[in-house]
Design a binder for this molecule. Sequence first.
Ligand SMILES: Nc1ncnc2c1ncn2[C@@H]1O[C@H](COP(=O)(O)OP(=O)(O)OP(=O)(O)O)[C@@H](O)[C@H]1O
Ligand SMILES: [Mg+2]
Length: 519
Amino acid sequence: MSEGVVQRSILVVDDTPANIGFLLETLSQAGYRVRVAPDGESALEQAQYAVPDLVLLDVMMPGIDGFETCRRMRRVPSLEPVPIIFMTALSDAQDKVRAFGAGANDYVTKPFQQEEVLARVRAHLGRRELEGKLAEANRELENRVAARTTELRAALAEVELLKSRLQSENTYLKQEIAEAHPGTIIGSSPALRAALRQVSLVAPTDSTVLIHGETGTGKELIARALHEQGPRRAGPLIKLNCSAISAGLVESELFGHVKGAFTGAAERRIGRFELADGGTLFLDEVSELPLETQAKLLRVLQEREFEPVGSAKTIRVDVRVVAATNRDLAADSRGGRFRSDLYYRLNVFPIELPPLRSRRDDIPVLAEHFMRRMARKLGKPLERIAPETLRLLCAHSWPGNIRDLQNTIERAAVLSPGPALVVDWDLGPAQERNGGLTAPEAREAHGSRHNGTAPAQVADTGPGQSLESIERGHIIGTLRQTRGVIEGPRGAARLLDMKPSTVRFRMKKLGISKVDYLI
Ligand SMILES: Nc1ncnc2c1ncn2[C@@H]1O[C@H](COP(=O)(O)OP(=O)(O)OP(=O)(O)O)[C@@H](O)[C@H]1O
Ligand SMILES: [Mg+2]
């Protein structure tokens, strides 16, 4: 005990002068401040007025006895923790039991042994001090926990807020995607039904699927159906259009890169393979992958692992790959333009999507579907397709396939004044084409048709036109050809012989937006 530093006070409650004298002397000499009360009532009064650090209590006193005094002290909150030591006669075992029952902590026997009194007093004051320190430490800990809890609650509330914001953003984006890529696959022609049967057979497996079909035949729609009908539907469906990315960047898009992997790699980037972990990766226009990237892709397909660009760390992924092409990949692999080992890896389960001209039965129902969707979107009361228009639609060869049909219906929906959908412009040759078109051919056909029969936004290039309006018309026409794709080997930038950034700059300058070239 640190006597002298903080002087402890002891209340001696006794009516026997000899005892009082002895205790006063012993305790004062040991450094305690001693106060004396001659009976129980005055002891209670004093103790409440100035709470002592310890009480030495006699049993037999005038007025209330020691037991009652002890009981009453224990009922006063400020005195409840104060150590109370009874002073009893050596022989009186009964008293000791009663003393503990009344709330005492200990006893000393009379006649007093100086050492015993001091030892017990020190022990109880020491315990009290430790209890005090413990309580203090507990309080501090509780305060710290409370402060940290408040901080964590605030952080949690922020996380919850962000989460709910992300959830609503996610819902919104899903709606947007659903609008942009309506999932319903329309049509009941035998050719389409055969393709859909294959989808339902292979969707539940992990097999790599290669979808082949001309441009606009619905390859992406089928890839989406494969993902959504399979066990990975809760995972992500990640898409990479291999033709829309420059050869130098495609590897980092697929596998990611570490910070500083190449000039311009200012931050680490997660590749599509990693993003698709647990889900499906859709490699669109897979024929456009550079040969070096094909080798790396082959390894992922074989071993399910890869290293990001500039990193030595191997990443393992669980990804199902669905690839699509509008080229004859078998011929490309024979001609050395595509690795044949990769071709065989991708072609585990081929799905062939027939061109629209070989499933003409689907044209009326598709046209009707697109018309209703546009009517909803535009808020127009379109009810039917004019008979002459339907005849025209069914006879056309649709080089750009369903997308072509969809675009035509969208334009007609915008332009038709009444409840009947009318196409009153020339759709081009009605005769059936032999064999499929390659994407560039189809786009060419698609684009030139648009150029030839362009609605008001596309300017004529005749005299009297301002240079800006000619430029605007030309850029819109090109964007229609590429269906809005700016970069890549078949992008508008390449066709216009401009840098992609310049194309974007000119588009902004000339006020060209999606509505100008996508309908
Ligand atoms: N059977 C169908 N039912 C309804 N819509 C369809 C159908 N097939 C295709 N579409 C629609 O046609 C458009 C083109 O389809 P998609 O993008 O899947 O074609 P694609 O074969 O991937 O074309 P590309 O090779 O040019 O990328 C999309 O808007 C799609 O929703
Ligand atoms: Mg596609």
